[in-house]
Design a protein. Structure first.
Length: 255
């Protein structure tokens, strides 16, 4: 079962954050970061991207008081809420390490629960808010706590589709693993991982928000740069969002 133990406490922590201003329109953003064992070679880039995310938002004149950030880590045996919703000035950036499996279903449940709690708090306080963003980074297939492929992945993908259709959130997904392999079994895993992330992503006005990174260094860092620029654009009431520096996951690979 997902670890929801600190969801309610997180709601209270945001309310008591000295940098939180309920008179400002808030922009809740949840990152689901893959810290499973297979991500070991990308941890330096992931940590650099997270640090840059905070630095860029802090350099904006408006975003630090309007962006509420939470992070769900999927690695080891369970998904963990490693950063409750907080304002960016109060965010103490941690270093992530790789290990374990990829409990994506638990991570999605935990993120959606946390978003629901935050929205309830906003409404109770009369605070307006933008539609929450859920950003998912992963390099592989979703697994159960034992490391086996999660055959129930369509259940949590459907939850996200329903949440999008009902305008509860927008889900962006990014495949950050290798794109090709000469090994047939590994290639099948790559295709399945992309299919899962494609299915999870929101589709709004005919645009599917699922992307795949190019092979090479510093690609993940570019996504964090895009994310920080995008949330700053939103809270400054600008509709011209920058395009992600990644290509969309093509449906042709599922044939």
């Amino acid at each position: 079962m997902p670890n929801f133990d600190n969801s309610f406490d997180a709601q209270m922590l945001l309310a008591s954050d000295r940098n939180y201003d309920p008179s400002q329109k808030q922009c809740p953003v949840v990152l689901i970061v893959d810290t499973s064992y297979s991500m070991n070679d990308m941890m330096d880039e992931l940590n650099a991207g997270v640090r840059e995310l905070k630095e860029t938002i802090m350099n904006d004149s408006v975003a630090p008081m309007r962006v509420n950030l939470a992070i769900v880590e999927m690695g080891n045996a369970h998904a963990t809420l490693t950063q409750e919703f907080t304002t960016v000035p109060s965010w103490n950036v941690k270093e992530y390490t790789a290990g374990g499996v990829t409990p994506m279903g638990e991570a999605v449940d935990l993120a959606m629960e946390h978003i629901t709690n935050a929205k309830a708090m906003y409404r109770e306080e009369g605070t307006s808010f933008y539609r929450p963003w859920l950003i998912v980074f992963s390099d592989g297939i979703p697994t159960d706590s034992e490391g086996y492929f999660d055959t129930h992945w369509e259940d949590f993908a459907y939850k996200l589709k329903t949440a999008t259709d009902e305008k509860h959130l927008i889900c962006f997904t990014f495949y950050i693993g290798k794109n090709t392999s000469s090994d047939a079994k590994e290639m099948a895993g790559i295709k399945k991982a992309k299919e899962v992330l494609y299915t999870m992503a929101s589709e709004i006005k005919g645009t599917k928000y699922s992307f795949q990174l190019s092979d090479g260094s510093e690609q993940l860092k570019k996504i964090f740069q895009w994310l920080s620029t995008s949330v700053c654009t939103i809270v400054n009431e600008n509709d011209n969002l920058p395009a992600p520096p990644a290509s969309q996951i093509p449906t042709s690979i599922f044939d």
